[in-house]
Design a protein around this ligand. Sequence first.
Ligand code: 4HQ
Length: 246
Amino acid sequence: MRFDVITLFPEMVKAASRYGVTGKAIDNGVVRLETWNPRDYTHDKHRTVDDRPYGGGPGMVMKYQPLFDAVSEAKENGFGDRAKVVYLSPQGRPITQSLLNESVHCEQLILVAGRYEGIDERFIETVCDEEWSLGDYVISGGELAALIVVDGVSRLLPGVLGDENSALQDSHMDGLLDYPHFTRPENIEGRVVPEVLLSGNHADIERWRLKQALGRTWQRRPELLKNKQLSDVEYELLQEFIVELV
Ligand SMILES: CN1CCN(C(=O)c2nonc2N)CC1
């Protein structure tokens, strides 16, 4: 899978993607990451990528042409019109696990990281296929959002996480919060590891973990359960969790 990030700060993107899962995926060739700087596609001596907003108001807006040419180059260098062009902005579709899951099937994701107040709307309308959002808050640029997409999708690709981790993508856990994790020592100032995790009984451990995931989701993010059709077993486990609370 190929990611192309359109960014005024390519070094920021390259540096952050050199570590961990993403870095490993790039090193072993499962992922290719390229960056394209709109400033390299300007034609004036000041290498202008932004201009004042029509209608007045604060800040600057990124110009259409440098962005267009940068995306065109990324497409020509990659999979052409088979690439999906995504603009990262608060106006976009929330970046959720299901969105990341869908995205593993893309051959090439061109991620447009805006800066300043935003980018010319005509670029979004004519060049971008989708708009995605980290959440209902404003950050200084789209690069961090692009890096989250690169990380979140890369870890889903075959061969990136070891088999011992791929279980994390178990269908049970989809749409649920994670269960609690513990490691040595067994006792930290009197707070001990749940007995079941020391039992070596994998069926009991898996049952406990699913119950914890269901219970924590019910407690902390009940709205997530609205979208999840619980099986009879899952429903019973959640009931068990709730009863144990009282
Ligand atoms: C122009 N620039 C404004 C700030 N920005 C975001 O706040 C953002 N990006 O993705 N999810 C978000 N939320 C990126 C784009």
